[in-house]
Structures are given as C-alpha cells and as structure tokens.
Design a binder for this molecule. Structure first.
Ligand SMILES: *Cc1c(COP(=O)(O)O)cnc(C)c1O
Length: 832
C-alpha cells in the first residue's frame, strides 16, 4: 500500500495545501472570494492535515506501547478558538503568517472568522480545555469526552443596559476542525422497565427492556500538544434518532408524527445548560448526562476489548481483570457520575461479572473532582425521575447504597444521624439521589481544586466521608495552560520574556523565575510597561467599538489603571462589592473635584444565567452606574466604567494582557479555586482579592508585598455569620450608607427607586448572604492602597514582574503531572 508522503511545514507547502483546499474541498477560485470564511476554512484544513499525520502516529503509539489510557469526562469544554493555539502548538505560526501574506491574506483577519467553541459556562469548562492542552503537551495517552451541543453558551447582548440572550448556533456554517466518525456510533437506551428472573443456571438476572433508543455519534477534534509530537483526541457525542420504524405510527398513517419523534431524540444534545454553580433539575439534563456516560463507556470498553479480550484468548477467558490497570476515568464534577452505575450495569448485566468483582473494577477506575461547596450547585436528582428515565440504574444505585451503609454501620455502630447524612438517598418530602455521594462512594479518589477548598471539603461538606476514608481525599490546585494564556494571547509579553529568560517557560513555567533579577531594572521595566500599554490600547479600542455598536460613546485613557473583573455573574463572586467601590470613588471625585485622583477604568464582563434575576439586575446596575459616571463632566477621564458584552474565551485573550488589576473578591470560602486569578497574574496584573480559593496560594507564591489582600478569612466568615447584622455596618459607615442610599433612591435609574431596590433589599433585608457590607470598609481601604501604589510606576512594575516570575505553580502542566502520578498512575508515551 502506498503511504502518503509527509506534508511540508514551510510557507510554500502550506500555500499549496491552502490553494488545494480552496479548489478541491470548497470549489472556490481565490479571485472570486469575498468573505473571510472560505479562506479561513481552507487554512483550517491545511493545518488540520498536518495535525492528522501526528494524530494517527500518536494513536498507533498508544496502541503499540500498551499504554494506560486516561479519560477526562466533562459535560463542558470551553475551548474558545482553535486556530491560534494550533498554529502555536504545531510550530506553524511564522510560516503560516508568511504563506498567507504572500497570498494577500492577513492571518489576524482569517482568525477572526472562527467562532468560539463555547461548550461550557466558565471555570469548570475552561479547566477541562486547559487540561487537554497540558495532557497532549506532556504526552499522556488521554482523551477528552463530552457532548457536541448544537448550541453552546448563549451570546449576551446588552440592550438598554440589560442582558439579552441569543442562541449560539456555532455549527451553522460547519466546524472544519472536527471529523465525524459516523461509523463508530452507539445505542443509548432510556425508560423501559427491569425484567428480573432466574436464568437456566439458577442465576438472578436483570434485563432492562422495552427501552427507547437514541444513537450517539462521535465527532473528533485533534488536540495538538506543544511541539506537535503528540496529538490527542477530544471526542464529543451528538444524538441522532435510531433508524427503526415505528409501525404503530405508520399504521395510523401519522408519518409527520414519527418524524417529530426523531427530532425529540435528537434534542438530547441540542443545548448546553447555561447555569454556572447552580443547577436546574430538568429531566432533559439528566438525559444528557446519561447519554454522555453510556456512549463514552461503550467506547472505552470497545477500546479495552480490542486489545485485552485478545490478550486472554489463549486461556479461553474474556476478562476485565486488567480494566482498571489500563483505564483511568476522571469525573469533572458529578455531571458524569452516572458512569459509575453504568459501568456496574455493563459488567454485571451484559458481561456477567459478579457484584464484588464489578465493584472492585469500578472503584479502581473512577476518580472524582469536586468543584464547589455551594449547596445549590450540588446535584440531587429526584428518585422518581430516575425511576422513570433509568430504572435499572436506580436499582443499582440503591444496591450500592445498601452495601455502603452496611459498611458505615459496621464502622460507626449506632450512629443513625451519620447514616442518614451519608446515605446516597436524601430523604424528605421528595427522595433524591445525592450525586456527590455516589461519586465519592464509587471512586478511589476525591479531590478539591485548591488547598482551602479541599480543607473545607474535609472539615465541612464531606466531613463524614473524610472520617471514613481519609486516604481517598487529596488536593489538586487548579492551573492554566501558559501556551494559550501567555504565549498565544500576549505575544508582546511572551517575546519580551523569551528574550531575557529563553523559551523554556513554555513547557516549564517555573523557568519564569529567571525574570526575578530584572524586576527592578529600569530599562526592562520600561519595556514591560510599553508592552502593557500596547495591550491596553488594543482593549480600549475594542471596548470603544463595542460601545459604538450599542449607540454609546466612551473614551478610555490607556494611562489609567485598568481594573478588571471578568467572570460569570454570581452573587458569591461579588461584582456588586466592586460596584459599591466604583460609586464610592465617584463620590470622592464629586466631593473633591480638584484633588489628585488616580485615574481608573473599571472593566466588567460576564454572563448571568438567564433565569438568575439578581445577577441580571447587577449587570443592569453596572451599566446604569456607567451611564452616570462616564457622562459626568466633573469626573472626566478619572473614572470610567465599562461593561464588555459577551465575555468568552476569545475576549478573555484580549482582556487579561491589558489588565493592571485583577478583581478576585469572592466571599472567603465560596470560590473553590478560580482560574481567572491565575491568567491575570500570568499577564502581569496585580491581584486585589480575599483569602479565598487559589488566591491564598497565589499570595503564598508571589509574597505578601505583591498582592492586595483584604476582608474576612473563611474562618472569620463562619464566625461572623453566627450573629451577622448588615444594618450594623450600614449605620456605622457613612460612606457605605450614602452609596446604598444612592442605589436605593434611584440615583442611577433616573429617579425611579423601584429599579434597583431589590439589590439594596437583598443586602439590608435579605441578610446579605455574601457579607458585602462586612467586607466593604476593608475593600475600600485596600483599593486606596492600590491607587497609591499605581502612582509609583517603579513600585508597581516591580510587583507586576514579580507576579509573572512566580506563577510557575499555576501551570496546568503541574496539575496534570500530579493527577497522573497521584491518581491515574499514568505515564507519558513518547511518540516518535
Ligand atoms: C478563566 C475563565 C473563566 C473562569 O474565571 P473565574 O474568574 O475563575 O471564575 C470563565 N470564563 C472564561 C471565558 C475564562 O477564560
């Protein structure tokens, strides 16, 4: 058989591929093309061809070297755009730029034609994307598994200062990065009933029958590691109707109805649920979760059998003995936790294993990552819903539970309260399945995502389980990939760093330590500031153009302090506390217009879940405050407030490099880790933050002098909450009272006091769940220190450089190495 020749990576070879694809794939003649889309697609295909060569080699190497596979199961992958990252990781950036230039195209413009793959809500989905990059870069034999939603996270538009959601039809023009594997489809069943009987050998058998079937078809995206040696796979499932014909419908002549039913099956992968850190208990969401787990496990088992059923054939045995030895599955939160009863079902009902053997394999295979301690985010599915949708799985879960509770009883005799706390089934007016408990019981490893978060899991949320299994618990502090979040998104800074410290940091972030001796070097500082200023100009221009599209005018001063808070809108993240500070600054300028105020541009960005009323009202407040502040001639360019619509990965890549100050101000004990905090610091922003999530570890790394910490600690929060009265703070702090009264009296809503009253009420009458008032004074004082420091460019730049220099720990490469060594027992494979 003729083996294809390797493709060249020089500009000429890239040009040839590009022109070939324009002609033979897209049937276009360059001179007749009048949009960026066709040349963008031709470029994707030219790059993809080069990835495919390595992809095939990689997969073959995994097979030949008999590697242990790692499966990262996540309902969310917030990938953003793929072009820039692929060119960087494949080492094709320079030659591609050159090739396109010679053809009269600009890489920048073609890149902009790409839609973000927004198959995630926020941090959890982006973590999965960073992990894929690190796993491929480090050569781990790994696969991302998820759902190919037709509609990703909604687009946010701002109309009259308010969020309006529009659907993200990201696949409308096709997705040239993916390859449909229509041949590798699997059937996934729902509903039906369980038929229990004793078979011919006297064995009790459970058969799941009369089910409704849906097809899962995989779409693969290549994930190139840096250096282009390893190319891994992200496999996303799409739901398709099965091709069987419903004769009942046919007999009734209702052809249209039978077609409509097909659309119903296919709706399973229609849309990503747009909630971050809160859950809506919708049956379709539970169906999505099971669809995903069932398809993924069939694929994982197929891959295992391909080798190991063969392996044991001489003994005449088809065995799963080596399954856990060859397979590690990481559950990204509880969303894929149904994989646990599903694997049990497959091993027992379909493969004929006994319970104990199946349970051993299952618990040795799975590991669970917890992402939140917020009670409203913990999945608890009604037993009745599960009985209807997944009757056999409910049976298995109940069996897991009764065996587990027997262990608890043995270990803690007579402790009924503990038993009911630890049960997988929550009792109450409605019985529910606690998915976090199921995940913990069915896994050999449970991890939190920052030191504080893991401590809280052990001491509070999962205390009983920690007491039972202390060795199951560990911490894996999150990280981000420096390939996307510095090398790709901030080429100015990346080049400046590489010029003095070499390029080692790209795969070993601790190499950034080499910057430390330069922190106070005036010439280096000058270059550092120049890079930041260019990035700020780019962001200012972008914001100005977004505002023009809203029919608004805003001018941003690139020499002002760019103070950024971009993340999902959520009360616990306290964007509202930031607004209280903005209004405080506004009052200070108005009271004292001739004083020397440090100019600030306060930039917000983030989506609110469509059903989250308070979060949406806070967006409206930010825009209303902006309208007043930005148009007050007394204020001038000393204070501006901008809300960036539609915050997403491709926008984040412009914001982080342009930021001076990173707002990480969640109530201590609520933000599991945060990863935005790491991306900001990696791009030279200083952090103002609470002792929450990974902020604590960032402080540990950069040093107390190089971060602005304020507010109550998690311990103090628990203390204060015992006897908290927000009115005490309102009545004793004149500045705070004035700010709240302005919001409540309609100062920012044209005199209409009703508009923002619910916000003030939530603080004063609603108990101020997130303790904004308790932290206000400390926050304002800390912000004054920030403003003071910014006036001294030498001191500020020194801290900026030291922050970047000390970010080594926060690479997702470090995290993946820890997962691999401490949880997965997986080793990298060298792809020659
Ligand atoms: C990093 C990132 C997040 C997570 O931000 P946090 O501040 O950690 O909540 C959310 N969305 C996008 C687009 C990101 O890039």
């Amino acid at each position: 058989m003729r083996v294809p020749l390797p493709l060249g990576n020089d500009a000429l070879a890239l040009q040839e591929s590009f022109i070939d694809h324009l002609q033979y794939t897209l049937a276009e003649l360059p001179k007749h093309i009048d949009s960026e889309w066709e040349p963008y697609v031709a470029l994707v295909l030219a790059v993809r061809d080069r990835m495919i060569e390595r992809w095939i080699k990689t997969q073959d190497a995994y097979y030949e070297q008999d590697a242990k596979r790692v499966y990262y199961m996540s309902l969310e992958f917030l990938m953003g755009r793929t072009m820039g990252n692929s060119l960087v990781n494949m080492g094709l950036l320079d030659q591609t730029t050159k090739a396109l230039h010679q053809l009269g195209y600009k890489l920048e413009e073609l890149r902009d034609a790409e839609w973000d793959a927004g198959l995630g809500n926020g941090g959890l989905g982006r973590l999965a994307a960073c992990f894929l990059d690190s796993m491929a870069t480090m050569g781990y034999p790994s696969y991302g598994y998820g759902i190919r939603y037709d509609y990703g996270i909604f687009h946010q538009r701002i109309v009259n200062g308010q969020q309006v959601e529009t659907p993200d039809a990201w696949l409308r023009y096709g997705n040239p990065w993916e390859i449909a594997r229509s041949g590798d489809k699997f059937t996934v069943n729902f509903n039906g009933r369980v038929n229990t009987y004793v078979d011919g050998n006297g064995k009790l058998t459970n058969e799941w029958v009369d089910t409704r079937a849906v097809l899962a078809t995989p779409y693969d995206t290549p994930i190139p590691g840096f250096g282009g040696k390893t190319v891994n796979t992200l496999r996303l499932w799409s739901a398709k109707a099965v091709n069987d014909f419903n004769f009942e419908d046919f007999n009734e002549g209702d052809y249209v109805r039978s077609v409509e039913k097909r659309a119903q099956s296919e709706s399973i992968s229609r849309v990503l649920y747009p909630n971050d850190n809160t859950l809506r208990g919708k049956e379709l969401r539970l169906a999505q979760e099971y669809f995903f787990c069932a398809a993924t496990l069939q694929d994982v088992i197929r891959r295992y059998k391909k080798r190991y059923h063969m392996y044991d054939e001489p003994r005449g045995l088809k065995t799963f003995d080596r399954f856990a030895e060859k397979t590690a599955i990481q559950l990204n939160d509880t969303h894929p936790a149904l994989a646990i009863p599903e694997l049990m079902r497959i091993l027992i009902d379909l493969e004929g294993l006994g319970w104990e053997e199946a349970w051993d394999i299952t618990t040795n295979t799975f590991a669970y990552t917890n992402h939140t301690v917020m009670p409203e985010a913990l999945e608890r599915w009604p037993v009745a819903m599960m009985a209807y949708l997944l009757p056999r799985h409910l049976q298995i879960i109940l069996e897991i539970n009764s065996r587990f509770l027997a262990l608890v009883r043995e270990r803690f005799p007579g402790d009924d309260a503990r038993l009911s706390r630890m049960s997988i089934i929550e009792e109450g007016s409605e019985q529910r399945v606690r998915m976090a408990t199921l995940a913990m019981v069915g896994s050999h490893s449970v991890n939190g995502v920052a030191a504080l978060h893991t401590d809280i899991l052990k001491a509070e949320l999962f205390r009983d389980f920690y007491e039972m299994w202390p060795d199951k618990f560990s911490n894996k502090t999150n990280g981000v990939t420096q390939r996307r979040w510095l090398l790709k998104c901030n080429p100015g800074l990346a080049n400046l760093i590489s010029g003095v410290a070499g390029r080692g940091w790209i795969t070993d972030l601790f190499e950034l330590r080499k910057l430390e001796p330069l922190a106070e070097d005036p010439a280096f500082q000058e270059k550092w500031r120049a890079v930041k200023r260019v990035n700020k100009l780019l962001l200012a221009r972008l914001i100005q153009s977004k505002y023009r599209k809203q029919g608004k005018q805003i001018t941003l001063n690139p020499d002002s302090l760019f103070d950024c808070q971009v993340k999902r809108m959520h009360e616990y993240k306290r964007q509202l506390l930031n607004v209280l500070h903005v209004i405080t600054l506004y009052n200070q300028i108005k009271d004292n217009p001739n004083a020397d105020h440090t100019p600030r541009t306060v930039i917000f960005g983030g989506k609110a879940a469509p059903g989250y009323y308070t979060a949406k009202l806070i967006i409206r407040l930010i825009n209303a405050v902006g309208d007043v502040v930005n148009n007050d001639p007394v204020v001038g360019d000393r204070l501006k407030v901008a809300f960036m619509p539609d915050y997403r990965v491709s926008l984040a890549e412009v914001i982080f490099p342009a930021s001076d100050l990173s707002e990480q101000i969640s109530t201590a004990g609520t933000e599991a880790s945060g990863t935005g905090n790491m991306k900001f610091a990696l791009n030279g922003a200083l952090t103002i933050g609470t002792m929450d999530g990974a902020n604590i570890e960032i402080r540990e790394e950069v040093g107390d002098d190089n971060i602005f910490i304020f507010g109550l600690t998690a311990e103090q929060v628990n203390e204060v909450k015992q006897h908290y009265n927000p009115w005490d703070y309102y009545n004793s702090n004149g500045q705070l009272k004035r700010v709240l009264d302005m919001i409540g009296s309609g100062y920012f809503s044209g005199g209409d006091a009703t508009v923002f009253a619910p916000i003030v009420d939530s603080l004063l009458y609603g108990g101020d769940r997130y303790l904004l008032l308790a932290d206000y004074a400390s926050y304002i004082e800390c912000q004054q220190r920030v403003s003071q420091m910014y006036r001294d460019p030498h001191e500020w730049t020194k801290r900026s450089i030291l922050n970047v220099a000390r970010m080594g720990k926060f690479s997702s490469d470090r995290v993946i190495k820890q997962y691999a060594e401490e949880i997965w027992n997986a080793v990298p494979v060298d792809v020659r």
